[in-house]
Design a protein around this ligand. Structure first.
Ligand code: FES
Length: 149
C-alpha cells in the first residue's frame, strides 16, 4: 500500500511501486483531469505538482510520490495562483480541443508561483514542455500575462 497526499487529502493506493503516478491518479483515485498523451514525458498533458514542482505523472513512479504533496488540476483552485490562472484561462478562452490544457495550467501555475511577472521568454521556456496540437500557444501566453497582471 502506498500512501499519498493528493490535493490536501490522504490517499492510499494498492499498486506496484513502479507504476506511473498517472495511472494511480486516473484509475485508482478517479482524478481524470490529468491526461495521458505520449506516456514518455514529452508532451506535458499529464503534468501535476509534486511538492509544488511540475512533474510528468506518466513517467514518475508511484514510489517517488510517496510522502510528497501531489496537486492535480482538480485541486489547483485551492491556491490563489490556481484560481487566478483558471480565471485567466476562461477570460482569454484558451482551450480549443482542451486535451492538453490541464497540463498547461499546471505548468503555468508553477511558473507564476516561482515568478510573479514572467517575460515572454520566461513563459516560452517554462511552457516549452507542454505541447498543444491545436496551437493555443499565443492564448496560453496571453493568459499567463493576464494572470500575472
Ligand atoms: Fe506524460 Fe506526455 S503523457 S508527458
Amino acid at each position: 500500500m502506498i500512501k499519498l497526499t493528493v490535493n490536501g487529502k490522504p490517499a492510499s493506493v494498492d499498486a506496484d511501486p513502479d507504476m506511473p503516478l498517472l495511472w494511480a491518479l486516473r484509475e485508482d483515485l478517479q482524478l481524470t483531469g490529468s491526461k495521458f498523451g505520449c506516456g514518455m514525458g514529452l508532451c506535458g498533458a499529464c503534468t501535476v505538482h509534486l511538492d509544488g514542482q511540475p512533474v510528468r505523472a506518466c513517467s514518475l513512479p508511484l514510489s517517488a510520490a510517496a510522502g510528497k504533496k501531489i496537486t492535480t488540476i482538480e485541486g489547483i483552485s485551492a491556491s490563489k495562483t490556481g484560481k487566478v490562472v483558471q480565471a485567466a484561462w476562461v477570460k482569454i478562452d484558451v482551450p480549443q480541443c482542451g486535451y492538453c490544457q490541464s497540463g498547461q495550467i499546471m505548468s503555468a501555475c508553477a511558473l507564476l508561483a516561482a515568478k510573479k511577472s514572467p517575460s515572454d521568454a520566461d513563459i516560452d521556456q517554462a511552457m516549452s514542455g507542454n505541447i498543444c496540437r491545436c496551437g493555443t500557444y499565443n492564448q496560453v501566453r496571453a493568459a499567463i500575462h493576464d494572470a500575472s497582471a
